[in-house]
Design a protein around this ligand. Structure first.
Ligand code: SF4
Ligand code: SF4
Length: 419
């Protein structure tokens, strides 16, 4: 079959296997292969094994399960092989064959966990700090007792802003932004959502909150494609009126925005112009600030920020192919000393590092990053994705923050960096 468009390639990653010339570049770049001999590497588990994955026969091997889904291999491949995407699809077929453990069923539903634990968030958060509780969770479910788990919020972000929750776009769309906050801001980091409203509000935007569900990336990463597709369908339905009205959909998690932009189509195989239009309407907050909002941002006189920070671009951000917009904006902040991460990946890859059998691999992947942050005694590690922040904070004991936290201070909206 002749591949003619990028869209064809996205829909059927396996079809790109024959483009592999076995150059080994992906193996050289894979952060998991660099730390463990148990993983056969992207060249083998991707294009090489894909030829043995007959659509109607069981998948003969499970080594692909050690792939973290960081996406590095697809980015570096000079021949356009969609290695990470075909690995995700192979993992989903393994889950179809063998089922998913209860642990993965739970970890892949952060929205449900957030809802269930909201009422007694304080007690649940305290309980998760008790070593015996963590030991029991590890022995019974396989959730690493060492891995950082996020704290549940007592109130949701949406509950804080009911007046902004609308299901249809208003008549006047000028200066309107629809915020895709996702489940992490709604249930775990509502303060980051507040900060985003303040930043966009100060730039003259009116921000609304369309109905939305978890993007589905955790389900997808755990091979639960049908449930992930159900989330995608629900998000398409509720976001489409805003897309049709030409309202930008802006997010603060580079993982969620990548899911909406790329993974619905490229990994979950959801076709059609509606998904394409949704993908094109979505932007990361800093991509939006450096793009459509750039003139408004240029009018802002940034205040001095005498801090030393390490900026780490998450793997999921790199897969947007938009460069590092947060870094570009941070460079404009006077007195801010920025070191750039020398590591490809922090290791956690969403829920990957939380699993008992993968915690050590994920820690080793991030080790150089942790050492770099500690060696240079930075005030903050700055990174755009929530699971990276929780993971880096846990391993370095250095506050790890979203770039919006620095921007808010430099814009004079806050006196302290939100941790
Ligand atoms: S980088 Fe691409 S072409 Fe080279 S071995 Fe990996 S998949 Fe094959
Ligand atoms: S997605 Fe990441 S971990 Fe998986 S094979 Fe590719 S580079 Fe390695």
């Amino acid at each position: 079959m002749k591949l003619t468009t990028l869209n064809d390639i996205w829909m059927k990653p396996g079809l790109t296997a024959d483009q592999c010339i076995k150059c080994n570049i992906c193996n050289t770049a894979c952060p998991v292969l660099a730390v463990t001999d148990d993983f056969l590497g992207p060249k083998a588990v991707g294009p090489q094994f894909e030829r043995f994955r007959h659509p109607r026969l069981p998948i003969p091997e499970d080594s692909v399960s050690l792939c973290s889904g960081c996406g590095t291999c697809s980015r570096v491949c000079p021949h356009g092989v969609s290695v990470a995407e075909m690995n995700s699809q192979a993992k989903a077929r393994l889950v179809d064959q063998n089922g998913a453990p209860l642990r993965d069923q739970l970890l892949s539903r952060p929205e449900l966990l957030g809802k269930l634990n909201r009422r007694w968030a304080g007690a649940a958060n305290q309980a998760l700090k008790i070593p015996l509780v963590r030991q029991i969770l590890e022995s019974t479910l396989g959730i690493s007792k060492q891995a950082p788990l996020p704290g549940f919020s007592r109130d949701t972000f949406r509950d804080r802003h009911p007046e902004r929750c609308i299901s249809e776009p208003p008549e006047t769309e000028a200066g309107l932004v629809a915020y895709y906050h996702g489940c992490s801001v709604n249930h775990y980091e509502p303060d980051l959502g507040d900060l985003t409203l303040e930043i966009l509000g100060a730039l003259g935007y009116e921000v609304v909150l369309p109905p939305q569900k978890c993007c589905g990336l955790p389900l997808q990463s755990n091979g639960l494609f049908e449930a992930a597709r159900s989330h995608a369908g629900s998000n398409l339905e509720t976001l489409q009126p805003f897309v049709d009205a030409g309202i930008p959909i802006v997010g603060t998690s580079t993982s969620c925005t990548l899911e909406l932009k790329h993974e619905y189509q490229a990994v979950l195989g959801l076709r059609g112009v509606a998904y394409q239009a949704l993908g094109e309407a979505v932007a990361d907050l800093f991509e939006f600030l450096l793009g459509p909002a750039s003139n408004r941002l240029l009018a802002v006189e940034f205040e001095e920020l005498p801090l030393r920070v390490l900026y780490h671009a998450p793997c999921q951000l790199k897969s947007h192919w938009i460069g590092t917009p947060a870094f570009e904006i941070m460079k404009r902040m006077p007195a801010l000393e920025i070191l750039l991460s020398r590591s490809e990946c922090c290791g956690v890859a969403g829920t990957y590092g939380v699993k008992k059998e993968k915690y050590g691999i994920a820690r080793d992947v991030g080790q150089k990053l942790f050492e770099q942050a500690q060696e240079h005694a930075v005030d903050f590690v700055v990174t755009d994705s929530e699971t990276c922040r929780w993971w880096i904070r846990h391993h370095t004991q250095i506050p790890s923050v979203h770039p919006a936290a620095l921007l808010a201070v430099s814009m004079g909206l806050r006196s302290q960096v939100l941790e």
